[in-house]
Design a protein around this ligand. Sequence first.
Ligand code: 5GP
Length: 215
Amino acid sequence: MAESAQDNDKLARRGLMFILSSPSGAGKTTISRMLLAADDEIKLSVSVTTRPPRPGEEDGVHYYFVDDAEFDRMVEEDDFYEWAHVFGHRYGTPKGRIRAALKDGQDFLFDIDWQGTQQLFQKDQQDVVRVFILPPSIAELERRLRSRGTDSEEVVQARMERARAEISHWDAYDYVVINEDVNACFAKVREILDAERMKRQRQTGLIPFVRELMS
Ligand code: 5GP
């Protein structure tokens, strides 16, 4: 019934995969947390792992816990956007589960590095939105990394080196936001998400809506 569809929020739409990347210290984790708290329509993607659950971890919430045979089967069926060995276990981003939810309008947030971003983008260009967060300056990045307080000079320098390497991939992203002020940065990230949700090809409910308008 078209009578209830007065604005875009009421129309059916396809979900999107919203990727936030940044060098460590540029604020990606803070922005991710703010976004998850402020927006009910986006959630973190849940990975599949062969690692046993830790106390308090729930299947389907922290991870989907599977055995080796099940993980093998998923690899064979090409059911991962990407997967990797980490500390003796395997972890992956499940394609089938995410695709089914995207179809129902669920958005997913990915807090991943540029390599993970490339893998996701290669497998699903139409659903992926890539956002890169930059620090306002190298001096400020170093200050933020040092303000954690616990790291030795060597560790800080190693992190700075990694940060520079990560920054060099800035041009593999659709949007780049400079995080001078966390609230202003967050507002810009939300604007990107809102605009991407309005893309015509994501608004699957437009076809019946416009058909009704024209009838
Ligand atoms: P933990 O076992 O402590 O929860 O996670 C160990 C590591 O696995 C973390 O560094 C985390 O980033 C990584 N990890 C978790 N899920 C995935 C995934 O889906 N893909 C990849 N490549 N790494 C993951």
